[in-house]
Design a protein around this ligand. Sequence first.
Ligand code: TXA
Ligand code: MG
Length: 358
Amino acid sequence: MNTEICSMKTKEERRLAILRAARILREGKLVAFPTETVYGLGGNGLDPQAASRIYAAKGRPSDNPLILHICDRRELPPLVRRIPEAAKRLMDAFWPGPLTLIFEKSEKVPLESTGGLDTVAIRFPSHPVAQELIREANMPIAAPSANLSGRPSPTTAEHVIQDLSGRIEMILDGGPVEIGLESTIIDVTGEIPLILRPGYISLAQLREVLGQGEFDPAILGKPDSALRPRAPGMKYRHYAPKAELTIVEGEPQAVARRIFFLAEEKRKQGFQVGILCSEESRLWYDASFVKTIGTRANEETIAHNLYRCLREFDEEEKEFVYSEAFSEGPLGAAIMNRLMKAAGYRILQAGGEDENLS
Ligand code: TXA
Ligand code: MG
């Protein structure tokens, strides 16, 4: 299949590209498009065949449900059985934006889109291209992140091209996304609102609006623990880079010393090595194979660059990568959730008892 890549630099280009993309979606075929979180791989959310095309293009297990994207709150009622009060308040506060809500699904939503579940995930993105595309296609668009299953989510059109070129009809190039991590998923079908996947909207923000809220306990531990995550996608070891990634945590200078020691040791053994650090500690590493992810003074830069850095390590064929931890700020839960998964939960304490095990 020839994948058309549409630049949208001028207003005219953008309008034409969106019109053609909408037509492709109405034919039941697939288009990748930018959102404020990551690029999505879109198909008609009410068409079972489009759903199976999405799973095939991504190489994704079909028990992993899709998010339906809408561009107006009025499109919500036909898709769900009821709208809980908590959902209304969250929508008032955060829609359009990086928040996905779980509802009981209506008859209209095919089980193929929800991985067989009787609930459905719905998001109203704020990105203007996403909104225009949904409006023009005149349907809820089912869209997982536009990466091959097991690769980091795409934050640029180039990432989508790397993964899906030849597998889908069209890619809308809207430049780099803003946030860089997938939306926060909140389940409001139960008594206590639960965060099923941490994202840009934090637990503190959820509690501010509803006065209560918790993380799904299953996402706080390793995926092999006895608890089953309520978002099926969270059970997979996503975001796995080719390199063995290790996170080192602790007092900043001790972390830098430990990482440098571990990296040098591997390098001397002839391995390709990478280091992921913040701007604040860059000077502590006397090495050329260091990648700066962003600044701790503005952790949005860290979220924004995380997936790009992981992809670059893959391209550079790194075999061992060592990363600082980035857990301090309001985005810390979301960043560390992705980083820990990429690391297969391998984390060391600098200055800790495991100092001599490397
Ligand atoms: O930011 C985002 O959410 C991006 C952009 C494209 O909107 N989309 C995205 O989709 O990250 P995806 O498919 O990569 O992740 C969807 C997650 C999966 O972990 C899935 O298990 C969960 O949402 N999910 C979907 N429907 C669900 C449901 N009914 N109940 C629980 N979890 C659900
Ligand atoms: Mg994904």
